[in-house]
Design a protein around this ligand. Structure first.
Ligand SMILES: NC(=O)c1ccc[n+]([C@@H]2O[C@H](COP(=O)([O-])OP(=O)(O)OC[C@H]3O[C@@H](n4cnc5c(N)ncnc54)[C@H](O)[C@@H]3O)[C@@H](O)[C@H]2O)c1
Length: 250
């Protein structure tokens, strides 16, 4: 029985590289993207199914999971990857622009998890990897609202890691540095001029594949040029001075 994978934001960049990588390893893929010609072209290339949909709407994730079940009867791997820069300037606040960034980068991940978990459970378990960003771990002052959305999905992954692991569902995230994709096309020359290396989408796709199989629940893989992906470790925060532990509330 071959692996069935669902990938959002699959028409371009990192999502497309993940689709190609998983399909070349024998996975059957369900690809989701707003870009209709792009997602259809890639689905034909990798021999998968596709859905043109906006991940910021909850029904899109429901439809994508239903398509996986209808076409392939199961679901094993979910890559919640669709994302955009926010471009929000807090000094000249544009509510629609803000809602759009939160809708894709945060809501899209929450809706994706919610829609996928029941089918992953019925399939006997599986794995979810979210494309966060280095901006999910450190401050990126070029786009503070993007930084907020990526920190938020890192928090979701951390909070869900243990409960989902009890159901044999691993959840983790990749946190790539600047990656040469259409999203960063406007920065490419500045990076080249400064001699600063960028990741390729294929570098990140390799990290996504390893994140699917990470042993520790909630693994956050930092992906940087020229390095092996490395799990991020938080320093920990101080507890009460007396050293007491909180009661279990879960
Ligand atoms: N490129 C980078 O430097 C970089 C670094 C770290 C993290 N990321 C993250 O990686 C992910 C993929 O980015 P990329 O660099 O491959 O960008 P990309 O622009 O090449 O690809 C993103 C894809 O998502 C799709 N998409 C956008 N909004 C959507 C929506 N509402 N519903 C469905 N699909 C939608 C786009 O059509 C596009 O095909 C994003 O979450 C991004 O934040 C990118």
């Amino acid at each position: 029985m071959s692996t069935v994978a669902l990938i959002t934001g699959a028409a371009s960049g990192i999502g497309a590289a993940v689709a190609r990588r998983l399909a070349s390893g024998g996975a059957r893929c369900v690809l989701v993207d707003l870009d209709q010609p792009g997602v259809e072209r890639l689905a034909k290339e990798v021999g998968g199914a596709w859905l043109t949909a906006d991940v910021s709407l909850p029904e899109s994730s429901e439809q994508a999971v239903a398509l996986a079940e209808e076409k392939y009867g199961r679901l094993d791997l979910v890559h919640l990857n669709a994302g955009i820069s926010s471009g929000v300037d807090l000094a000249h606040f544009d509510l629609a622009q803000y809602r759009k960034a939160v809708g894709v980068n945060m809501d899209g991940v929450v809706f994706g998890v919610n829609a996928a978990v029941p089918l992953l459970r019925r399939s006997g378990g599986g794995a979810i990897v979210v494309t966060a960003s280095l901006a999910g771990l450190v401050a990126y002052d070029g786009d503070p609202v993007y930084t907020m959305t990526k920190h938020a999905v890192v928090g979701l992954v951390r909070g869900l890691a243990v409960p989902l692991a009890r159901e044999k569902i691993r959840i983790g995230a990749v946190c790539p540095g600047f990656t040469d994709t259409p999203l960063t096309a406007g920065m490419r020359d500045a990076f080249a001029g400064a001699g600063f290396p960028m990741l390729t989408a294929e570098d990140v796709a390799a990290a996504v594949e390893s994140a699917f199989y990470a042993e520790e629940p909630g693994t956050l893989l930092v992906v940087q040029p020229g390095r092996q992906p490395v799990p991020y470790r938080y320093a920990g925060v101080p507890g009460p001075a007396g050293g007491q532990k909180p009661p279990s509330l879960g």
